[in-house]
Write a new protein. Structure first.
Length: 209
């Protein structure tokens, strides 16, 4: 018999368990949302948001999208759909700010249309986020709060762009800051386990039987 045939089942290498990809996705989302929201409220008098492009491409975008793919591998359809969706959102948003994409240049002769176009774009994400909010109601209090405030954030930002009201956009920025802080909290709650020195509650609901 060959050496392979002699190996007992108990000694065969066991497949490695996947780690929890949720903290990566939540931290990527939280950090990118926080940076853009601070720009929206004109923190330190910053009104040009293009520095967020790098973070939107790689942390909020690529890293969060990969977290979604890994959630598929763990069998978490909700987490996979959410992380992949918002990863794609940040990649698409970064594209809007990249000059060579031609998106901004397309409105050079019709600047009034750009705000309306962005408003419609944000409204579509408000709808998607509201659907995630409905799906989160049996997940945890933390996730439900996150999607609730994110829905409000998209709604207020959309209205601000559609009406061309800077103060309304600022209001969306403040809601975005709250949303980012909740996402940080949820990410920390997912990262800490019973093996750490402390854990924080997320208000998870018991599974239905």
């Amino acid at each position: 018999m060959s050496d392979i045939e002699k190996v007992e089942p108990a000694h065969r290498p066991q497949p490695r368990r996947l780690g929890n990809p949720a903290p990566l996705g939540l931290f990527g989302f939280a950090s990118t949302t926080l940076v853009l929201s601070l720009y929206n409220v004109h923190a330190r008098h910053v009104i040009i948001p293009n520095v967020v492009v790098g973070m939107a491409l790689f942390y909020g975008g690529l890293a969060q999208f990969l977290a979604g793919m890994w959630e598929f591998a763990t069998g978490n359809t909700f987490g996979a759909t959410a992380f992949a969706s918002y990863g794609a959102f940040w990649l698409s948003f970064a594209t809007l700010l990249i000059p060579d994409s031609g998106v901004g240049a397309a409105y050079a002769d019709a600047p009034g249309q750009e705000g309306n176009a962005i408003g419609i774009y944000l409204l579509s994400w408000m709808i998607i986020t509201f659907l995630f909010f409905l799906g989160s109601l049996r997940k945890s209090v933390g996730l439900a709060a996150l999607f609730f405030f994110l829905t409000l954030t998209f709604m207020v930002l959309a209205v601000g762009n559609l009406l061309d009201k800077e103060n309304v956009v600022k209001g969306g920025g403040y809601l975005g800051i709250i949303t980012a802080l909740i996402a940080y909290y949820c990410g920390l709650g997912e990262m800490l386990t019973e093996n750490d020195i402390f854990t924080i509650p997320l208000g998870k609901y018991p599974p239905r039987h």
